[in-house]
Design a protein around this ligand. Structure first.
Ligand code: P6P
Length: 334
């Protein structure tokens, strides 16, 4: 029986791709792996451990926080605090950055941005959720104070990004700039094994993911695009299939494997869209491009956007290149 690479073996094997890397990025990816296992364990027993539901507070986004949002956030912060690979962290669940200002962390050259549990409104109804992470080399001097500029870098400066999808199986998918690889967690052994090597978008896609309940709020270009995907055209395999779970990681993962487009455009109720640039759109855009797709805000490459603030929102369209460019063409015409 063919033995699969474990995630740890794969990271070490690919570490040689990092000139001057002293194994810190490898150690950071291993920390993410550990935290992912701990979050996975909490999610899988949520209904039994009285940790479903909301905590009666809102996060900085004004979104009701689920108990598991806070638990996942604490698990990642505690894991990074107990290890020394990052000097600072930004999280969807926290208004400000967390700085690990002790001698162990001060000499780290990486910062991380996370959405600890994306799609958490789905937890109570047992629908797939995910963790999203984005890693940068700090721009401030190593050993000195961490600065906001360390976090406000364009997505093109990411050194690694990925997600953990807690679905029918738990899969860690990441890129460090040399393609996209997926690792499935085997709970019997407690390890992630390479299961999706070198993920690439299929040549064609015909699935679209968007919350059509917002139709009345969309720009005319998006409305026209939606009518176009729903037209009968057998040669172009239209009408496309609609799939939308309300969980970015689930819709993203399916569309990357099977082909498709995910859209969270701007609208009258969300002038900048809903997704956050730093810890949702940028990491997903890095993965998208590494898998041969395209990710824009409707006109501009996501990875080129210079962030203004930690929780900045951005319209987000990503998927097969031809599907994204078709949507962009409608936005530019109407
Ligand atoms: P809506 C979850 O809150 C999230 O950030 C993404 O995971 C998901 O795709 C989107 O928002 C769902 O938003 O407005 O359609 O419920």
């Amino acid at each position: 029986m063919e033995r699969h690479f474990t995630l740890g073996e794969f990271i070490i094997e690919n570490q040689k791709d990092f000139p001057y890397a002293k194994g810190e990025l490898s150690a950071l990816l291993s920390s993410i792996k550990l935290a992912g296992k701990l979050v996975n364990q909490q999610i899988n027993k949520a209904g039994l451990a009285e940790i479903l539901g909301k905590i009666g507070k809102q996060n900085v986004q004004g979104e009701a926080q689920a108990k598991l949002d806070v638990i996942a956030n604490d698990i990642f912060i505690d894991t990074f605090r107990n290890r020394g690979e990052v000097c600072g962290l930004g999280s969807e669940e926290l208004e400000d950055i967390v700085i690990f200002d002790d001698e162990i962390h001060r000499d780290s050259k990486y910062i991380i941005l996370i959405d600890p549990l994306d799609g958490s409104s789905n937890i109570d109804v047992d629908i797939t959720v995910g963790t999203i992470f984005s890693i940068y080399r700090r721009v401030s001097p190593v050993g000195g104070p961490v600065t906001p500029e360390d976090f406000l870098q364009p997505g093109s400066k990411q050194v690694a990004a990925g997600y953990i999808i807690y679905g029918t199986s738990t899969i860690l998918v990441y890129t460090s700039g040399n393609g996209v690889n997926g690792f499935t967690f085997d709970p019997g052994i407690g390890s992630f094994f390479l299961s999706h090597p070198n993920i690439k978008f299929p040549k064609k896609g015909n699935t679209y993911s968007i919350n059509e309940g917002n139709y009345v709020h969309f720009p005319d270009g998006i409305k026209k695009y939606l009518k176009w995907v729903q037209e009968l055209n057998e040669e172009e395999n239209r009408p496309f299939t609609s799939r939308y779970t309300g969980s970015l990681v689930a819709d993203f993962h399916r569309n990357m494997l099977l082909g498709g487009i995910y859209l969270y455009p701007q609208g009258t109720t969300a002038p900048q869209g809903k997704l956050r640039l730093l810890y949702e759109s940028n990491p997903m855009a890095f993965l998208t491009e590494q898998a041969g797709g395209k990710a824009t805000n409707g006109s501009e490459r996501i990875l080129d956007i210079k962030p203004r603030d930690l929780h900045q929102r951005v319209p987000f369209i990503r998927g097969n290149v031809d599907m994204v460019e078709k949507a962009e063409s409608f936005l530019s015409q109407f």
